[in-house]
Design a binder for this molecule. Sequence first.
Ligand SMILES: C=C(O[C@@H]1C=C(C(=O)O)C=C[C@H]1O)C(=O)O
Length: 189
Amino acid sequence: MILSAEFPLSLETDWIAPQSIRVPDFHLRNWLLDTGSLTERLQSHCRQFRVQLLGQAPLPLLDNEREQMGPVDYLVREVILWGDDRPWVFARSLLPRALCEQDRGELSNLGEKPLGSILFNDARFERQPFQVTRLSAAHRLQSALKLPGTQVLWGRRSVFHYLQWRMMVAEVFLPQCPAYKQMGAPHAG
Ligand SMILES: C=C(O[C@@H]1C=C(C(=O)O)C=C[C@H]1O)C(=O)O
């Protein structure tokens, strides 16, 4: 299973401090603000976890990314995270191009290896506070991913500081993600 989508999909949305927005339920809020590896949490909810790479290339940033990331070049990486053949997360990450091409070569050819396997295995990556976002059912991401577009989607983003570098990770929970209480599903922790 793959989701066909153009690259970059981008992610035009407003990002808000968590204390300034009401998240509908505690379960979702817990997922949105979990500072651990999303990859690891998703892996605990499925038998087969997979990263589908939509693309990774040097690209311009959105205005509301650039204002946090400073005047350096970035590789934009966009992926879909799958759990047991269900698309669970769209992620857009900004990787400093010079870092990828110098010190951390493994970042430039990450491919379908989860980014979290690097970020959460090196204490020098220091996560900064989250911002959250609410995408309406009509948001273009839903139509671009050919999702049913019948529900509001929630996402989060944070900057990781690494030495003199900044890296941003933004994740949107897609409709089947365990971050939402699935109708009729037994309560998942
Ligand atoms: C940052 C993490 O890595 C995950 C994997 C990503 C990737 O491979 O591009 C992007 C965002 C994350 O959902 C994580 O596991 O928390």
